[in-house]
Design a protein around this ligand. Structure first.
Ligand code: SAM
Ligand code: SF4
Length: 337
């Protein structure tokens, strides 16, 4: 490998954050994410664990400092700990600043200690409700007690846990105080995510479920002193602090056009497709270069640079006219959320 010039896109944004989906499979079937009878990709389409290692290592070589592993459910991929161990070497060398994952928590009881041992220090855990029946309804296949044991195990292992909750009208509106207090008690940050129009997943009408984060913020303001924080991570999240508890609450509003200018990230799917923007179809194949040149990373580097050169300026989601403009045809479980 020779050319180590950092990855800079045409709008002078340095790409330092990579999210990689390691599987399209999941042990849950959240209603806003998957249909109940999902068809998953044939195994040969997926990058092998070795290919995932090469791919991520190449991105790190090109300046990626933060790596987030996602899915599908990353912890249901067989042998995934081998991959995490492999990435641990980049933390040790200092090439990588942070290795994290987004998980539904179902397997954390089993893997929390191992994750910590590989160098993971933080996990994002998706949890939309603390009510057992509602949890079973929204995830279809998930069971709340198992996830709560996962939260316990993660904290016991020394992992910092951040809770991500999808804001759903008429579903978890009434739980806002309870979820917020629960996070405060356990010293966990909380981020609300606006539901996105992803894929065609059956009868669910996501405009009906749409709960604006402006409303969520207003709801907080009824009970707390809410201070806006300047902190940005280059992504779609904005943060406030609740002065009474000192808690930091995040709001991810992927549908509003307010973060593209600072976007520092790209996503790679479990099949080795790179998506340059969550809200655009712009993509490029990296698997071809990986498979055609198993021992030479130069073609892969070239493919990555070629893709970054095509990163679009911004995206097109728009709910403002109450229709799904810019609706994407792919699932979050494919691009990794
Ligand atoms: N299975 C893992 C999990 O649930 O955390 C990782 C993958 S999941 C696709 C990543 C995130 O995307 C989760 O926080 C999930 O709630 C969110 N997500 C999935 N579909 C969504 C949608 N239509 N709108 C907004 N967020 C969505
Ligand atoms: Fe699985 Fe995560 Fe999608 Fe739920 S949101 S179905 S846990 S991938």
């Amino acid at each position: 490998m020779s050319d180590t010039a950092p990855l800079i896109d045409p709008f002078q944004r340095a790409i330092s954050y990579l999210r990689v989906s390691v599987t399209d499979r999941c042990d849950f079937r959240c209603v806003y994410c998957m249909s109940e009878n999902m068809t998953f990709l044939p195994k040969k389409e997926l990058l092998t664990l070795e290919e995932l290692d090469r791919l991520c290592s190449t991105f790190i070589h090109l300046g990626v400092k933060k790596l987030r592993i996602t899915g599908g459910e990353p912890l249901v991929r067989r042998g995934i700990m081998t991959f995490f161990e492999g990435m641990g070497r980049h933390l040790e060398s200092g090439a990588l600043d942070e290795l994290t994952l987004t998980t539904n928590g179902s397997q954390l009881e089993r893997f929390a200690d191992d994750l910590y041992a590989t160098g993971v220090r933080r996990v994002n855990l998706s949890l939309d409700t603390l009510d057992e029946q509602k949890f079973a309804d929204i995830t279809r296949w998930g069971r709340l007690p198992q996830v709560l044991r996962g939260v316990d195990a993660a904290q016991k292992a020394g992992l910092r846990v951040k809770i991500n909750a999808v804001a759903l009208k008429g579903f978890n509106e009434d739980e806002l105080p309870r979820i917020t207090e629960w996070c405060a008690e356990r010293d966990m940050d909380l981020t609300w995510i606006e539901v996105m129009p992803m894929g065609d997943i059956g009868n669910e009408d996501r405009l009906d479920q749409y709960w604006s984060l402006k409303d969520v913020r207003a709801r907080y303001a009824e009970n707390y002193t809410v201070t806006d924080l300047a902190e940005r991570t280059g992504g779609p999240a904005r943060y406030v602090r609740l002065e009474e508890t000192g808690q930091k609450i995040g709001f991810i509003t992927p549908l509003s056009h307010n973060f593209c200018e600072s976007c520092n990230r790209v996503r790679v799917t479990c099949t080795g497709e790179i998506f340059m923007c969550l809200g655009q179809e712009d993509r490029a194949d990296l698997r071809g270069a990986l498979r055609a040149h198993p021992t030479d990373d130069a073609p892969l580097e070239e493919a990555i640079r070629g893709a970054i050169a095509l990163k679009p300026k911004g995206h097109d989601f728009d709910y403002s006219r109450q229709r799904l403009d810019g609706q994407m045809t792919r699932h979050m479980s494919h691009t990794g959320g």
